[in-house]
Design a protein around this ligand. Sequence first.
Ligand code: ADP
Length: 181
Amino acid sequence: MEFKVGKSVFFLEEGDLTLQETEAIVNAANSRLAGGGGVDGAIHRAGGPAIMEESRKIGGCPTGQAVITTGGNLKAKYVIHTVGPIYQGGSQGEARLLASAYHESLTLAHKKGIRSLAFPSLSTGAYGYPLEEAARIAVKTVADYLRQHPVFDRVGFVLFGNQAFQTYAQAASKELQSLRK
Ligand code: ADP
């Protein structure tokens, strides 16, 4: 599914983020950059040890911020590691921190001159963020950035499983009405 937002193509796909051929992919990392399960584990398995070596040198990343490493053996040249919030009921600044994780990832990609970028659904696995609310924030934050900064060719989401894909598709249809390509 694709939409035109500003000068960029905004895409939604169902599949495995580690197979993406965008210039960079975004990792749902933890603040110690220590690796883990979910998409983080999949990225390290597919990308090989170079990603962890660089992550160790960087040392960590606060919630809502982003750092960048090589993509190792991945098709993507870079991995942007961002840390979404752990959902604790919604009154601990989770929405702001989730938006920040998307925004800081885009800002870092922009600074690096990266032209295509794929995200997973941050915080909606182990970190427990309710999917619908997370999808709304994710789609809005990315679309706003693309409207304000016409610097990317393609930016979007690779969703794991049909439920996540459908939820993001619905959020995107609401946010991007009439822009469908
Ligand atoms: P978090 O700790 O931020 O919640 P998780 O990795 O546990 O991160 O989950 C984030 C999302 O990534 C979940 O929706 C999960 O289904 C999804 N996911 C897991 N593996 C992959 C993958 N290979 N490609 C894309 N998404 C994935």
